[in-house]
Design a protein around this ligand. Structure first.
Ligand code: FAD
Length: 480
């Protein structure tokens, strides 16, 4: 963009949003230009902070007029570089941080309408204040936003019982690529009237339009959450325990997380104030959570009986059941600290694979062998939502090695090994975090060609000029 047009464009943005909400000084832009993992840093013409839907629409209209790409950004906790602009400085970042009102809560209907920039933890608290539960929960919940959660179709720790972000959404308000407001804030549980546009925008990673508000499903708040940590010999034992827990606990089973002993040791190393309830006697641990609506003591008795029976059958080596909310939180804190401990340990090669449970053991065993053969000394940090068939299969540089060098030299080979193995097992290279810019080429490589062609057709139909989050998700899209 020529300097004169650039000034005209910035002036027009200021006229819509007010001077304070159009950032363009380097020190103001900086926090919006690097992703959470610090893998990507881009440049931007400006960062804009609209405070209402009409302002988002006006900004998008201006971008359409000037041919400027728009990168939507919520809490900037995404793990695939989806909210970071490219490095040409020709795009704007549209931050939803000021779109942070809860518009309504109807506990009787179990519906909450939140603007896209509401922080997930605030939505959980608003539901809680009405005696209800908004069950989406993930370690980034203090920063990530509803818009980002929906745009990445976030999963988290309670998918087993409540589903992904998509399953928790009844309807959306979206600003389209043309700057129109699509009011599809459906509050109905049943509404079969043509294509589900909601399902297009959920998981689109900002490439089709900007979500400005969402109608979200609420659930009765459990009266008790009972958490247990169990050490298991291997992944096969963890899967057997999952089957047992599902049949004994039914819908009460809300969380089932697998963690390698190595990932917990990393947490202990970097956060020594966090203690494990037992010395790790085996290579794997499982975190189980049961949520009860009918009294804690019955639920606790059921979970303890389940664990005792599993121990008698040799599925569990040792286990502990949290005796208080504080103990339960401490167990979850261990799990949620694994990504943070990994970040402290240094750059690592991350994978977010999904594999059918029936092939999980084969995947874990064969991939460990292949990775350690190809990269001697590499450390596997494996953890995740086993109940959903989703593991974070991360590879850390050998002890003492230069992590950045390791990443640069071995990422491609490592991705090939892990993603080939997941796909060979009938799985996916992207179970939870999305595609963004990190996995764009993987979509080209592993995506079903018919599906990718249809995605391109949808993109062309809804965003013919390619101005919505350019260069993300779809491989080989022209830059804007
Ligand atoms: P951002 O990072 O700001 O954006 C993510 C993507 O959505 C980008 O492509 C962006 O352009 C787009 N976007 C953002 N807002 C909008 C909008 N309003 N309209 C259109 N597009 C938009 N993810 C999981 O699924 N499960 C987990 O368990 C999980 N755990 C995590 C733990 C940690 C410690 C961290 C750092 C991340 C974790 N994540 C997890 C990934 C991430 O937090 C989630 O994907 C989250 O949903 C992103 O929300 P955000 O507001 O930060 O989005």
């Amino acid at each position: 963009m020529l300097p004169l047009e650039r000034e005209r464009f910035l002036d027009a943005l200021r006229a819509v949003l007010g001077v304070a909400h159009v950032l363009h000084q380097p020190q103001d832009l900086a926090p919006y230009l690097t992703d959470w993992r610090k893998r990507y840093t881009g440049q931007a013409l400006a960062v804009v902070l609209p405070g209402e839907t009409a302002q988002v629409a006006a900004v998008v209209q201006l971008c359409a007029l000037h041919g400027v790409g728009v990168v939507p950004q919520g809490g900037n906790t995404g793990l695939v570089g989806g909210a970071t602009p490219d490095d040409r400085g020709e795009q704007i970042v549209l931050s939803t941080r000021r779109l942070n009102r809860i518009r309504s809560i109807d506990p009787a209907a179990g519906v909450l309408v939140a603007e896209a920039g509401c922080v997930l933890a605030d939505v959980q608290q608003a539901a809680d204040a009405q005696g209800m539960l908004f069950p989406l929960s993930l370690a980034a919940e203090g920063s990530c936003t509803i818009g980002g959660n929906l745009s990445t179709n976030a999963g988290g720790t309670a998918v087993l019982r409540y589903g992904n972000a998509r399953d928790l959404c009844l309807g959306l308000e979206v600003v389209t690529a043309q700057g129109e407001v699509l009011d599809a804030l459906n509050l109905l549980r049943k509404n079969n009237t043509g294509y589900s546009l909601r399902d297009l925008y959920v998981g689109a990673e900002g490439t089709l339009g900007i979500i400005t508000a969402a109608a979200l499903k609420l659930f009765p708040r459990p009266t008790a959450q009972i958490t247990a940590l169990a050490a298991v010999q291997d992944v096969a034992a963890a899967i057997a325990l999952l089957g047992r827990a599902q049949s004994r606990l039914g819908c009460s089973l809300t969380g089932f997380e697998l963690m390698s002993a190595h990932s917990l040791q990393l947490v202990q190393h970097h956060f020594p104030q966090m203690s494990l309830p037992f010395d790790l006697p085996s290579a794997w641990c499982v975190l189980l959570e049961s949520s009860e609506v009918e009294g804690e003591s019955q639920g606790r008795a059921r979970l303890e009986a389940l664990l005792e029976a599993a121990m008698e059958d040799g599925q569990i080596v040792t286990a502990t059941v949290a005796q208080s909310l504080a103990q339960s939180r401490a167990l979850w804190h261990l799990r949620e600290s694994i990504p943070l401990a990994q970040a402290q340990e240094g750059l690592n090669i991350k994978h977010d694979i999904g594999v059918p449970l029936s092939r999980m053991v084969a995947f874990v065993e064969s991939t460990a062998e292949l990775v350690t053969q190809a990269l001697p000394g590499a450390r596997l940090v494996v953890f995740g939502h086993l109940g959903d068939g989703n593991l974070h299969y991360n590879v850390q540089a050998p002890q003492g090695a230069d992590a950045a060098r390791f990443l640069a030299d071995h990422q491609t080979l490592c991705n090939r090994i892990v993603h080939d193995a997941a796909v060979a097992c009938g799985g996916t290279f992207s179970a939870e975090h999305g595609v963004g810019q990190l996995k764009r080429d993987e979509l080209q490589r592993y995506g079903n060609p018919v599906a990718v062609a249809q995605m391109r057709a949808i993109k062309r139909a809804l965003d013919p000029r390619g101005l919505m989050n350019p260069g993300k998700l779809l491989p080989g899209e022209p830059p804007h």
